[in-house]
Design a protein around this ligand. Sequence first.
Ligand SMILES: Nc1ncnc2c1ncn2[C@@H]1O[C@H](COP(=O)(O)OP(=O)(O)OP(=O)(O)O)[C@@H](O)[C@H]1O
Ligand SMILES: N[C@@H](CCO)C(=O)O
Length: 314
Amino acid sequence: MLRIYAPASSANISVGFDTLGAAISPIDGSLLGDVVQIEDIPAGFELESAGYFVRKLPKEPQKNIVYQAYVLFSERLKLRNGHVKPLRLTLEKNMPIGSGLGSSACSIVAALVALNTFHNEPFSKMELLEMMGELEGRISGSIHYDNVAPCYLGGVQLMVQSLGNICQQLPFFDSWYWVLAYPGIEVSTAEARAILPKSYTRQDVIAHGRHLGSFVHACHTQQDVLAALMMKDVIAEPYRESLLPNFAEVKQASRDLGALATGISGSGPTIFSIAPDLAVATKLANYLENHYLQNNEGFVHICKVDNQGTRALG
Ligand SMILES: Nc1ncnc2c1ncn2[C@@H]1O[C@H](COP(=O)(O)OP(=O)(O)OP(=O)(O)O)[C@@H](O)[C@H]1O
Ligand SMILES: N[C@@H](CCO)C(=O)O
């Protein structure tokens, strides 16, 4: 029996809509992500689901993205004259759905890595990642890799989508803490994409290019102040902030408490705040617990970038 854990991820990082994402883990060692278990059975295929957020999954098993991952993996294996073994997948759905923490990505990545490992790795990392993007695209309406890539490979990933690579890892700032606050309400990624403009002004396009280019440069030259200053979003945040509770006020208060940057994680409603040290991270966590959470489902975690990505649990 094999158990695969896939961590939460924060897509966009404000400055790289659909092109940047980071894998994230709480510093207290708790696992913030989904687990998929795979095991032999005598014949056929079985899917079981468990975990705190199982009640939020679609009622029909065929709509569970883990089921669809199994079907896609089987089809691709068949194209190589292979066939899937009889097996049971058990999804532990620990991630809230529609959270902005890459919940569907966690399920997709854990399922495909479990299936690939169980069949002695017939697919390369990039082939598997391409399947992950296809499945993510079915959910949100368009293929984007900024959750699945960091969730799978760990670190901060830049989607280059060229020369046979879907993504490449960026050097990042090891001292930074990420404070993630999930308010406990749901925002559908498909809907949060639908409200974005179809086109942008030349001024916005130039600003976006300057921010993203300078941010990537700052990562490579390890200029943390420049990187934090460039974490500005002209593509999504101005249109999505109305979906989040008191976002402008919370962002200003986080800045006053010492946050280097604050933005929407993925398509929200989770927000992230970057702290230069643990003292500021703790202050931010306390503030967000008291001012951003909307109900008992909400949570705040002090995190760091997870450089391991998806892995087998012992
Ligand atoms: N195993 C699964 N995990 C999560 N969502 C699933 C799963 N299977 C099917 N779904 C469906 O996929 C959709 C996920 O929606 P959405 O993309 O908004 O959530 P998300 O992946 O949590 O978003 P985000 O990437 O912002 O965290 C929901 O309609 C949900 O019912
Ligand atoms: N880049 C995607 C991430 C969704 O999780 C978006 O912002 O729509």
